[in-house]
Write a protein that binds this ligand. Sequence first.
Ligand SMILES: [Fe+2]
Length: 401
Amino acid sequence: MAFEYVPLTLPASADPSFFATFGKEVKGVTDPGNLTSEQFNELQDALYKHSVLLLRNCKLTPEQQYALTKAFDPQSESYGHGNNKTGSAKKSILHPDLKTIPRVPQVQLIGNGTVYNHEGLDIAQLAHPSHTTFHKSRVSVEEEAQGYTRFYRRVPQWHIDAALYDLSPPKVTTLYGLEVPAGPKQRVRYDDGTGDEFEVPLGTTAFVSGRNMFDILPSELKSLAVRSKVIYAPHPYVWMAPAKAMSTGLGIESDGLELPLDELPPWEESKIKTLPVTWKNPVTGELHFQVHPCGAKELLVQPLPEGANREGALYPDGAHLTELKEVRELLYKMQRPAIAPKLVYPHDWAENDLVIFHNRGVLHSVVGAFTKTQVRKFHQCNLAASEDPVGPTEEDIKRYA
Ligand SMILES: [Fe+2]
C-alpha cells in the first residue's frame, strides 16, 4: 500500500466501535489531482471499504476535482442533479444552494456569504442552507444565540446526493474546503423527545454509515429492508418544496403539503426511480441502507422467499404501500437508530481538506448556522452515475429474510 490509513478524530459523542472500518484519514497523498492509476485504484478500494476518506492539505483545481470524481465512474459525465439551470430546477429547494463553476459545470461552489471573482464567477451570493427556513419547528432565536442548532438543509438534511428522478445516484461525492470560517462550536439538538444532542464544529458536514444503519436493525426490519424497494416521487425536490422537515432532519412531516403530481413540471412514468432499500457494496459485498427519506413516496415489499420463517415477519406476503404517512413512519423507524449521536461523524473542516465519500454507502447532513459575513467556500462535485445501484442478491435476501 502506498498510503497510510489512520482513524478519523472522533468526538466524545461517537462510539468508536461503530467506526472500526467507517471513515479513515489517508496520509501520504501528495498530489490528489495527479494520481497514478495504481494510486487511484488503491484509493478507490479504500473508499468502498471505509465509505469516507479525508485528505488534508490538498491543492485541487476544479478541473482536477472533476477528473478525480469521474475516475470513480468513467462513463459518468454530468452533474448529479443534471443541468440545474432548467425551469423545473428553479422551483426546486436545491436551487439557491448551488453555483456552477462556468468552466467546469460539474463542480459547484457551495457555502455561505458573498464570494467575489472566484473561478470565473464575478460575484456569488451563497446561502448556507438553514433549518430555520425549512423545519416545521425551529430552534428559537435565543437558543440559537446560546449555540443550539439542528441538522439541516431546507430539504435534503440527512440525504444521499441524488436527483432521484431520471438520473442515477452518483457513486462518489468530493467536497473540498477552500475557505472555512472559524467560530464557536454548536450543539445539535434532535428535539424528538429522546433528549439526544451533541456538540459539533461550526458548519460541520455530518456522516452516518448506511452499513451501520442496516447492521443495527432487529432481524424483522432487516428482513423488510432486503425485500423492499422505494418508489421516489417525480421531480422530488419540487414535489417536497412546500413541505416541512422533521426536527431530526430525517425526512418530512406528513402534513399533506407536497405539491400534487399534476402541478409538477412535466414528468414521465419511465423516469421515476424505483430503487432498492439496501445497496450492495461493490467491493465488500455488504449491504448499506440507502434511502433518501424526503423523496420516498411508496414502498414495494416482495414476499418472503420460500421456506423462510414467517413468525414475526412484516408483510410476509409482500405489499405495495402507498400511504405517504405509513411509508415515512416505516422508513423513519428503520433509519432513526443510525443517526443517534454515537453513530455520527461530524467532520471538523480545515482549509484544503478534501473529503471523498461513497455516496451509495453513507447518508450525510449539513449542520449549523452562519452569519451573513462568515464566508464559507467549498467545491463540491458528484456525477449522475452510469447505472443504478445494485440491490441485495437472492442469497442476501434468503440470509436476512
Ligand atoms: Fe449533499
